[in-house]
Design a protein around this ligand. Structure first.
Ligand code: NAP
Length: 518
């Protein structure tokens, strides 16, 4: 079992008590009493805090963190020693002592002595690095276990990139419940979830965002509801959204709701992969060389759709022909022997959204005059689909050369965004990220160009009603929103990930509810 531990970090006993109650209610499985947060800490306050925590019957860790390793209130070495030894006497299930302090003679002697008198209490020896990964992570664990073989060894370091997490995963895979290995910061968030599959001793979650004691910590609610923490076992398969940014995406909520509806032992994660092709390749290599992680498939978004295609091409992996002609991959499935299959589900999602709204078949798009704004991955998918049915497409893009290349490939017209004033079409499709959260006051097509005879389709789905769609509505145009495209492509991804049909009612309800909250 991997405990879901919640840090209690009130500055007085009253607020600690409130946090303890809230943690129990939210489903905490262990409490970490961060005594260093308590103002004017003394042994009386410690005794009361432990008594309050013990009423819950949950196992408790007592920590009195050194400020050199992220502790509060700059407590002296003497008070920290006193608190930890007293916590042992008071029957704490575990105490957390920094390894760097434990190896100091006086610290070690007093703690070992107290532990010898109360064999019930277990020792966590921890090491933290708030700047980046450890120079020698496996060496750090070996050192801790050599010094104290019975201890639970813990490291927490700032992940500068998601690729920094894999070393931590290898540690948990090697030592299992003898270790806690977490990565801090937004790039380390997944380490908090994956820890359970790998059977680490514990992972942390906070009661609320503002109560988090480390960057990147999720709330218990997010862990349990969004990331299906209680369902995670060593057999769980992980999927996820590779992109930058990913925090805004509704993908995790939507795919996890579908996995839940179908009772599948699968969890979908946000995978923030910063950088370009090199970092993307490194991430995929890290994944496929670690079968034990159970990462089995990905949705791919900005800026990695071409990187995904190039990766698969270089490695000789399967790429469906449509994805090759579109020139972008938005779905990767890792199959037998870690061979990867790549697809593009954006095309079908977009075409279905457009034709269903217009109440027509794809072939009825033949001869329609369409202006596509953007020349990235989404634009390519849509232009390929439109060209295939004989629509007359003009591509507008900020980088004219990209519009030119795309137009040459699919037999379209093209222009720079500076020529947008010339736009006149039956259908306008925004395939740029302009208007997307947080820059919701931006639009790519000036309002005066919009007419009631037009159909205006914005692929942006966050927010669901972009400024472009608001202005198109005012002009009396027909509207297609990005949510419909999202539902279509996500349902197809679900099928590729699971080989089952997507629960359409669940996906539609979840997408619309998630977008309405934005
Ligand atoms: P991409 O490959 O990175 O392409 C981005 C496009 O946006 C490029 O044409 C880029 O122009 C343009 N762009 C970005 N910032 C701009 C700015 N400030 N001014 C002018 N142009 C700008 O991304 P993508 O995958 O095609 O995605 C584009 C949009 O489609 C996103 O908003 C995404 O949410 C949406 N999308 C929706 C769905 C759905 O299911 N609804 C699916 C996929 C994508 P340059 O070439 O000049 O850089």
């Amino acid at each position: 079992m991997t405990y879901l531990a919640v840090p209690i970090s009130g500055k007085d006993l009253e607020s600690c008590k409130e946090q303890i109650q809230a943690s129990v209610k939210a489903g905490a499985q262990m409490l970490e009493l961060r005594t260093d947060y308590i103002e004017s800490l003394n042994t009386e306050k410690l005794a009361q805090l432990i008594a309050d925590a013990k009423q819950t019957a949950l196992p408790i860790i007592v920590t009195c963190r050194d400020s050199a390793q992220g502790g509060m209130n700059n407590l002296s070495s003497d008070i920290r020693k006193k608190i930890l030894t007293e916590a042992i006497k008071l029957g704490a299930d575990l105490i957390d002592c920094e390894y760097a302090n434990f190896i100091k003679k006086d610290f070690a002697e007093r703690i070992k002595q107290a532990l010898a008198q109360n064999s019930k209490t277990k020792l966590i020896l921890s090491a933290h690095n708030f700047k980046g990964p450890f120079k020698n992570l496996s060496g750090t664990y070996e050192e801790i276990f050599t010094a104290c073989p019975d201890a639970i060894a813990k490291t927490a370091y700032h992940a500068k990139h998601i690729n920094d997490c894999f070393e931590s995963f290898d540690i948990i895979e090697k030592y299992g419940k003898k270790v806690i290995a977490l990565c801090m910061g937004p790039n380390g968030t997944i380490s908090r979830i994956i820890a359970k599959k790998l059977r680490a001793f514990l992972t942390f979650a906070s009661i609320a965002d503002k109560a988090a004691t480390a960057a990147g910590q999720l709330t218990i609610e997010e862990m349990k509801t969004r990331y299906r923490f209680d369902k995670i076992s060593n057999k769980t398969e992980f999927f996820g959204l590779i992109g930058d940014p990913v925090g805004h995406s509704i993908g995790p909520v939507v795919h996890n709701a579908c996995f839940d509806a179908e009772k599948l032992n699968k969890v979908y994660l946000p995978l923030l992969v910063e950088g370009g092709q090199i970092e993307f390749n490194e991430f995929l290599d890290n994944v496929i060389t670690r079968n034990y992680l159970g990462l089995r498939g990905f949705s791919v978004t900005i800026p990695h759709k071409r990187n995904a295609l190039e990766y698969a091409r270089t490695k000789g992996e399967y790429i469906e022909p449509l994805a090759v002609s579109i020139g972008a991959v938005n779905t990767m499935v890792i199959g037998v022997n870690e061979r990867i299959s790549c697809y593009n589900t954006d095309y079908a999602g977009a075409m279905d959204a457009l034709t269903q709204t217009l109440g027509i078949n794809r072939k009825n798009l033949n001869g329609k005059v369409v202006s596509v704004v953007g020349a990235g991955g989404a634009a390519r998918a849509i232009v390929a689909g439109l060209a295939d049915v004989g629509a007359k497409v003009t591509i507008y893009n900020r980088t004219v050369s990209k519009a030119h290349n795309l137009a040459l490939e699919f037999g379209c017209h093209y222009a720079g965004l500076d020529k947008i004033e010339k736009l006149d079409a039956d259908i306008i499709i925004n395939c740029t990220s302009i208007g997307m959260h947080p820059k919701v006051d931006a639009t790519v097509v000036p309002a005066h160009l919009l007419k009631s005879s037009m159909t205006v389709f914005d692929t942006v789905y966050n927010p669901m009603e972009t400024l472009l769609l608001k202005q198109a509505k005012e002009a009396g145009a027909k509207l297609v929103n990005g949510a419909e495209m999202f539902i279509g492509q996500a349902a197809e991804q679900f099928r590729l990930f699971t080989h089952k049909d997507c629960p359409m009612q669940t996906i539609r309800q979840t997408v619309l509810a998630a977008l309405a909250k934005k």
